[in-house]
Design a protein around this ligand. Sequence first.
Ligand SMILES: Cc1ncc(COP(=O)(O)O)c(C=O)c1O
Length: 394
Amino acid sequence: MTHLFWYPGYDIQLENMVRADNCHLYDSDGKKYIDLESGVWCTSVGHGNSRILRVLMEQSKRISHAGFVYSSRIVEDSAKEILSLVGFDGGRCVFLCSGSEAVEYGVRVAQTICERPLLMTMTDSYFGAYGSASKKEENEWFCFDWEGCTDCPVSKSCDEDCERWAAIPRDRIGGFLFEPGSSSGLVRFPPVKLIQSIVRTLKENDGLILANEVTTGVGRTGAWFGYQHYGISPDVVAMGKGIGNGYPVSVTAFAPGAIGRLPDEPVKYAQSHQNDPLGAAVAREVIRIVEEEGLIERSRNIGAVLADGLEGIRTRTCKIEEVRARGMMIALEMKDDAEGSFADRTQRELAHRGFVLARRPGLNVLRIDPPLTIEQGDIERFLETLEDVLVELG
Ligand SMILES: Cc1ncc(COP(=O)(O)O)c(C=O)c1O
């Protein structure tokens, strides 16, 4: 693989994958692997899903790409279904290609609408490869460090008695970009009380609430969207990854109230594949599969089996510091040195034995985010193998 640039820090551990089927990957020697990371959270309804393959084929035969001056019915229909799913009937959405784009588009709209200069987010959130949200510059962003909020002893909502809360420059903040759980690969879920307090306070001042559902959306956390665990109603929802099941489509959806605050002209965001029929058709089919095949409930149920099994392994092996789990969004924080070498060895040994997990280099966290369609038998095989590996690596 000498003709490609790869993201620095990641070694290619498995060479030459030639085919994939639901949550199984096969290399050129015919060796089978169980994909427990969904190709970075993307293959929500499984690799090579037959319904998605059919839509890709049929829509491509009709029309896959459109220019800026023509559209087709499928894009409108898909937008309508997505808006209805997020409870934004009468709102609008845009189809783009990556999660980074979907977030960036939402941020540009927010920056157009909001009168106050800053958007708020958490210090540990990750929004994409480029743009304002990826840079989080001080003149545009206020980043809140919620580290100390996880074990807050106060049960009532956040207020001025808390130094951390009092330091938020609320009069300068026009909106909140909320990421309900990815935490730059650490998979940490911010406390409900904190998020509800931020949302309530900002909404009192006409603040705009954006939910980044690029990783947490489409059933990953056992609900359609990660923000639903917080009892909040965002104005903007950015979706990516799982909404395309590996096909590069993303969506930013806007509630009617947010649209009503836009000036006459929409945001200027030139992109050749904006509102392409093929991406729109794939996104609509993913949503229908999740709905019709009961994958939200499955995500909750299989996620619970996984989390229980992992807790058992944590207790028996004493090699895992913490299991963090919400639906099928799971992370194991390993008992480890700072460089994450035990996590690294564990990941490599699991790959050798046919299980693909995700890990950001340097972190002692292993992520488990299988397709929502994973079979329980594969989960059981994984749990047995993980326990053996942890014991053997000592
Ligand atoms: C939480 C979160 N938001 C946004 C993105 C950006 O998505 P993409 O890589 O598809 O541009 C990522 C990518 O990993 C992510 O983890």
